[in-house]
Each structure stands twice: as structure tokens, then as C-alpha cells.
Design a protein around this ligand. Structure first.
Ligand SMILES: [Ca+2]
Ligand SMILES: [Ca+2]
Length: 220
């Protein structure tokens, strides 16, 4: 009996915390150029610029959550001063007048109740409707981008980032994108959606600190 209760709890937990995310793509296939695999580990040379592209297909609006944004997390091997946004995600529903903003930092804030969570950098949705919050350049104090019933929205964006220009061992080239609802990062009242990072490059990915092979040198 206890086991059945435990299984039911696990099923319910899974539904509660991970059901909002639709199908995500990117992974290593979204990295241009692709990393070089050395001894089973993805690597890039120092001072290498990489274009990273991510796609989310649909956001299940559990608890009335609308898609608030995409939080980007990068390992210590990336030069954060080189982080450059490219195309923003498309406005799916968004009450018509909403807009996606590139933000270094966003904090969920009232009105109405909010979580106070701070995330960023990344793309976040500034809701343009009056009831969703003021249009003030702060996506954290309003609602997200609504996926109208019966539609299957696709949000896609790319950014560029460059590896550090040194070979110090242990610099991680981790890349993850986390899609979150406006109950977590905006002003909606129900933080029902789980915050599950989509890992595009694993934490053990590193800068290639091996010197290039020069081959034989011929003397005449
Ligand atoms: Ca706002
Ligand atoms: Ca918002």
C-alpha cells in the first residue's frame, strides 16, 4: 500500500514540476561550429566564437502559467563580456502588444504576488496588456507570452559567446537554457512549472589546452 502511495506521489510530482516544457532542440546540434571531441570530452580552442541556437516547441500552461522567458547559464570557460544576442524569440500570443526583451537580469516582482527569483541573462517577455502589468521595460513585473488554446508555438533564438583566451585547465564550457513560466519569473500567482535546465553542452566540456601539432619541419 505504501508503495502504491509512493508511486502515485512520484507521478503527481513529475506532472507538477516538469509538465510545462514542450519539445526542446539545440543540444550539440545547435552549436556552430560543433565542438571537437577529445578523449570523449567536447572542447573548443581558446578565443573561439560559438553561435548557440535553441528551440522550444510548445509550453504547457499548467496552473495558468504563460512562458516568461529563457535563462542562459554558462560555465567559467566562456568570456561573459562577449555574450551577444541575435534574433529574439517570436511573439506567440502575448496579448498582441507584448515584446521579448534581452535582459542581463530580471527579478520576479509584484503586483500581484511574485517569487522574488532573479534570473538572467536571457530573453524575457514584457507583457503589453494593462492587467498583466505596466509596460516599463521590466519583464519581471508582468505576465508572459501566452500560447493561445489550440496553437503550438515555436520559440527560437540564437546567441554568440566566445571562449576565454587562455588555456587554464578546468574551465567549464557548460551551456544550458532554462525556460520558465510567469508564475516563477513574472507576476503570475502560481509557480507550478518546474525549472528544468536544458543542457546544450555538459559541465565537463572544456577549453582545449593542448598545443596544436606543428608536424615535421624540413631544413634545406
Ligand atoms: Ca513590465
Ligand atoms: Ca513578463
Amino acid at each position: 500500500m505504501n508503495r502504491i502511495i509512493t508511486i502515485l506521489f512520484l507521478i503527481l510530482s513529475t506532472n507538477i514540476y516538469s509538465q510545462c516544457l514542450g519539445f526542446q532542440t539545440g543540444n550539440v546540434g545547435g552549436l556552430f561550429p560543433a565542438p571537437t571531441i577529445l578523449n570523449g570530452v567536447p572542447t573548443y580552442p581558446p578565443n573561439t566564437t560559438v553561435t548557440v541556437c535553441y528551440t522550444l516547441q510548445s509550453f504547457n500552461e499548467i496552473g495558468g502559467n504563460w512562458l516568461e522567458g529563457f535563462d542562459i547559464n554558462l560555465g567559467s570557460g566562456w568570456n561573459m563580456s562577449t555574450l551577444t544576442p541575435m534574433n529574439p524569440p517570436g511573439n506567440c500570443g502575448g496579448n498582441g502588444t507584448g515584446v521579448w526583451l534581452w535582459m542581463n537580469s530580471v527579478t520576479s516582482s509584484p503586483p500581484p504576488p511574485a517569487t522574488g527569483i532573479t534570473v538572467g541573462p536571457g530573453w524575457f517577455f514584457e507583457d503589453g496588456s494593462g492587467i498583466g502589468g505596466p509596460v516599463d521595460g521590466n519583464p519581471g513585473n508582468d505576465w508572459g507570452d501566452q500560447e493561445p488554446f489550440g496553437t503550438n508555438c515555436i520559440w527560437n533564438f540564437c546567441f554568440q559567446i566566445t571562449t576565454n583566451n587562455d588555456c587554464t585547465p578546468g574551465q567549464s564550457l557548460y551551456i544550458a537554457v532554462t525556460a520558465g513560466g510567469d508564475g516563477n519569473w513574472g507576476s503570475w500567482t502560481n509557480p507550478a512549472c518546474g525549472l528544468v535546465p536544458y543542457v546544450m553542452l555538459t559541465n565537463n566540456s572544456t577549453i582545449n589546452n593542448q598545443l596544436p601539432s606543428l608536424g615535421l619541419i624540413n631544413h634545406n
